[in-house]
Design a binder for this molecule. Structure first.
Ligand SMILES: C[S@@+](CC[C@H](N)C(=O)[O-])C[C@H]1O[C@@H](n2cnc3c(N)ncnc32)[C@H](O)[C@@H]1O
Length: 195
């Protein structure tokens, strides 16, 4: 966690043994929309360093499982957690499905963020690409009535993404969690109940 050590959520995450302050964004989303259940199989895209996965693990019972994917590593181990250090654009889903022995996916989470270039339009376009890729994953593998969460850097493409999500989910919501920095352009889109 390389953020301001005086930040409230940074301190809270450290104290509660979470590897990143991002945990509180997912916690707020989950509390508001009641998404994660104890027997869920969850895919966590952009999982590193792992606080969203930690949060999900804390909610899962014996039958739940998480598949984490990120370019960067996640260093903790857990019997309910399978992690792949891969680029989302190069993932072999058949391999993952065979190795992890999963027969359904209940939630696809994406906190993926592009490496920012400082060039606004490039960063926004890359964020949209990551969201659309995450949405494609949910389209291919998420079970009916499954849920989808993705982080998006706000831009004019917002409507494009929301309208794509509305084709696939009964309910689409947007939330800027309290723990998101006020200056941040990030917003979370939540697709509830896959059609
Ligand atoms: C904000 S961090 C995620 C934090 C994480 N949710 C947590 O709670 O610890 C964004 C992550 O997206 C990952 N990412 C960006 N592009 C990716 C890609 N093409 N494939 C996989 N992961 C990617 C980055 O490596 C980075 O770790």
């Amino acid at each position: 966690m390389n953020y301001n050590p005086r930040d409230h959520y940074f301190k809270k995450a450290k104290k509660e043994n979470f590897v990143a302050r991002s945990i509180y964004k997912l916690e707020e989303i989950d509390k508001k929309f009641n998404l994660i259940k104890k027997d869920h199989i969850i895919v966590d895209l952009g999982a590193s360093p792992g606080s969203w996965s930690q949060y999900c693990l804390s909610k899962l019972g014996d039958r739940g499982k998480i598949i984490g994917i990120d370019l960067n590593p996640v260093t903790f181990k857990n019997p309910k957690y399978i992690f792949y250090q891969q680029d989302i654009f190069e993932v072999d889903w058949n391999q993952i499905k065979n190795e992890s022995e999963i027969d359904k996916i209940d939630i696809v989470l994406s906190d993926m963020a592009p490496k920012t270039t400082g060039i606004k339009f490039t960063d926004q376009a890359r964020s949209l690409d990551l969201c659309l890729k995450a949405l494609e994953v949910s389209d291919l593998f998420l079970s009916p009535k499954g849920h989808f969460v993705c982080k998006f850097f706000h831009s004019d493409d917002y409507k494009v993404l929301v309208s794509e999500m509305k084709k696939k989910f009964t309910q689409v919501e947007a939330l800027k969690p309290d723990s998101t920095r006020k200056i941040s352009k990030e917003i979370f889109l939540i697709g509830i109940n896959k059609k």
